[in-house]
Design a protein around this ligand. Structure first.
Ligand SMILES: NC(=O)c1ccc[n+]([C@@H]2O[C@H](COP(=O)([O-])OP(=O)(O)OC[C@H]3O[C@@H](n4cnc5c(N)ncnc54)[C@H](OP(=O)(O)O)[C@@H]3O)[C@@H](O)[C@H]2O)c1
Length: 314
């Protein structure tokens, strides 16, 4: 039997959790083994985690008993919730509560909670700076995570403030689009403000660094980013690496909110928050801190270079 301590990982087949499972298992002499939580251990993604030596267990955040079981006997737990799977802040709140309750019941010694700002601390609901959404949110997928911090305060928690995934250019429709004149447009509704971004895989690698840091990280808010880059800088790097001409389109948040795809209003408010409160938002996310946790941290150019074949150009 291995004497490695177990880290239970929510969202193990996804972006953040997957990065963490791979980081844990890649460190053969490291102190931990990953317990990957998935709703479907028979999926190809789950089997790929088993193939690198992770223990794969069934768990569903809508089933408290399954998460209680998954957190039994573990040293650490990576807690992430899944707003975009259902787009319900109330459901995401319940997911966070389920994870915190399981961590408490399991006596988990180190919880890493993947969180974001409750933007209502900067933009009160009554403010008309940006529209109120779903009656009680400004940026639903941010606000609910920040509000859910309350479930973790009595636990040995590190609050990991994540950043915009550059992977959104690969799989979330934020790729450069043809402008009909032989060039491309990259839309980022933040004017000249710089956006802290990160390769999603690096979030998991940083989380691994937090677990290795151990007790001294408990109680801390740690914000991570691979680089802070403006829309114009991102367009210039995309042009250079992809060998095409990309122009930054600084859409207004209002324009972005009206694009009509599900969640456009939430994301329009999010980008406005990051623009209007640039100093606070960037100040909470430090590249050097992230690099200390994860020496392999990528900057934007390195990310684009690594993923250039996967970035759609349609
Ligand atoms: N996109 C961004 O730029 C960005 C930036 C910062 C933070 N975030 C936040 O990241 C969170 C999502 O994390 P992610 O991107 O790592 O997720 P992801 O890649 O979408 O994958 C999440 C995984 O979680 C599992 N899952 C979904 N619903 C579940 C449930 N009810 N119970 C158990 N497992 C469930 C799924 O695995 P199985 O099918 O195997 O169960 C899925 O593979 C969101 O809340 C989002 O707001 C996103």
């Amino acid at each position: 039997m291995s004497d490695k301590k177990i880290i239970a990982v929510a969202g193990a087949t996804g972006a953040q959790g997957g990065g963490l499972v791979r980081a844990i298992q890649a460190d053969k002499d490291g102190p931990f083994r990953a317990r990957a939580i998935t709703r479907n251990p028979d999926s190809d993604a789950a089997k790929a985690l088993a193939a690198i030596g992770a223990e794969v267990v069934q768990g569903d955040l809508s089933d408290q008993a399954s998460i209680d079981r998954a957190f039994e006997g573990v040293h650490g737990a990576y807690c992430v919730t899944f707003f975009w799977a259902h787009m319900s802040p109330e459901r995401e709140m319940e997911e966070a509560r389920t994870l915190a309750v399981a961590a408490q019941r399991g006596g988990v010694q180190h919880v890493v909670w993947s969180t974001l700002e409750d933007t209502r601390k900067w933009v009160p609901l009554e403010s008309d700076q940006m529209p109120t959404l779903l009656k009680r949110y400004k940026v639903p997928h941010f606000d609910v995570k920040g509000e859910a911090d309350k479930f973790f305060v009595t636990l040995p928690t590190t609050y990991l403030l994540t950043s915009f995934y550059w992977d959104n250019l690969v799989s979330f429709g934020m790729n450069p689009k043809p402008d009909g004149q032989g060039g491309y447009t990259f839309t980022l509704p933040m004017d000249e403000a710089k956006l802290p971004g990160i390769a999603a895989e690096d979030i998991g690698k940083c989380a691994y660094g937090v677990f290795k840091e151990g007790a001294s990280a408990i109680g801390k808010h740690i914000g991570i980013s691979g680089e802070h880059v403006s829309g114009a800088e991102m367009a210039a790097i995309l042009s250079d690496v992809l060998g095409i001409s990309v122009r930054h389109h600084a859409a207004s948040p209002e324009e972005f909110r009206n694009y009509g795809f599900p969640g456009a209003d939430d994301l329009g408010n999010m980008f406005q928050f990051k623009r209007d409160f640039e100093a606070a938002f960037r100040g909470a996310r430090d590249v050097e801190t992230a690099r200390k946790l994860n020496p392999e941290l990528l900057n934007f150019r390195q990310f684009v270079d690594l993923h250039k074949a996967e970035i759609p150009l349609t």
